[in-house]
Design a protein around this ligand. Sequence first.
Ligand code: AMP
Ligand code: MG
Length: 423
Amino acid sequence: MSLTARFSCLNEYDPDALSVDQARTFIRSQLTPVGTPERLALRSALGRVLASDVIAPFNVPAHDNSAMDGYALRHAELSCNGASRLLVVGTALAGQAFAGSVGAGECVRIMTGAPLPAAVDTVVIQEMVQADGASVVVPAGQRRGQHIRLAGEDLAAGQPALVAGRLIRPADLGLLASLGCAEVSVHRRLRVAFFSTGDELCSIGTSLADGEVYDSNRYTIFGMLGRLGCEVLDLGVVRDHPATLEAAFREAAAAADVVITSGGVSVGEADFVKGLMAQLGEVLFWKISMKPGRPMAFGRIGDGAHSAWLFGLPGNPVAVMVTFYQFVRDALYVLMGADPLPVVPLLPAVCTAAIRKAPGRTEFQRGILSQVDGRWCVRPTGAQGSGVLRSMSDANCFVVLEHDRGQVAVGDQVQVQLFDGLV
Ligand code: AMP
Ligand code: MG
């Protein structure tokens, strides 16, 4: 079934009043991972998506071992109601096990990470123990099994250590290294081609003629794609001329998995982009109930030999970023094979300014979140026009005003979406 037919089947979806959630759900439902896996050296796999499960070939840790510096002993040797004196018969170090046996009335000096000697079941930390010549005196009250890390408690042999779809983060590199994995199978990088449309646009490095503006969208798009680890193909500024635009679309569709454009999807007179998109593939044009970012195109362009997913973003610089983060980001993660998708939580914060808002659309204001008297508070950055890129640059979060929400008064709770994550 064609994309248009699939969309038309959803009879509650109106392309001229699509909610943010409907657009998100529909886009996601159409996409599946692209590309064949490749094997990479461990370090190069950071930020990539794991293509197959990694099963632990052995237990990590491989042996029961001590979690503390102290003395390893058999709990049964300890007196129930008083201190116990035990003879120290040897030492176990990390990487150097104690090979002997621990008999009645005996214990072994043990360091953190050292394998537990046979028959021993308890570690007493050194600070608790009183040394007395070749013996130690252990106070009452020790618990059987204390201060021991069990074999396999981190990763159990035969169990998946990481599963396919995992977006590899620093901890995962360490986890894979602890299994001795020198190489992993990951999805190849997604290829994304992008260009800006508009007769008024001028590229950096050339001087502005009257009425021109510098093209900023290609730089924000470059940055956003770079953070996601995509392979990017920058096709520059394309004039609002049908033949030039057509050549750009064909080149992009042939070379990439995804094509992102900005501008030309509204109803302005010089917007040939919509017509060309419709002609070169199967593209849906939506007016989403949101601000900023109302017009957006989604579909496939290209011929039978090669086609690419298309996101036709609005031209306004803030709208580009909002639509990218609210729709394109997740879509790219799906195409990269990420499962589950990385979560971006909505967190509550107290709004310190009034915001005018009418129900019926989702708004993504740009805000600055900070702690005031122990409470997380957010205030919108200054002017919120969709062309005011500074509002994105100053902000550290989106203030997400839900579809049905009305005015926001000072002190009301709102939801925010943080720009930065820790890892
Ligand atoms: P459009 O969607 O093509 O009608 O563009 C909407 C607004 O965004 C216009 O003011 C354009 O000049 C501006 N705009 C479009 N593309 C860019 C770009 N690549 N960089 C900066 N501003 C742009
Ligand atoms: Mg334009």
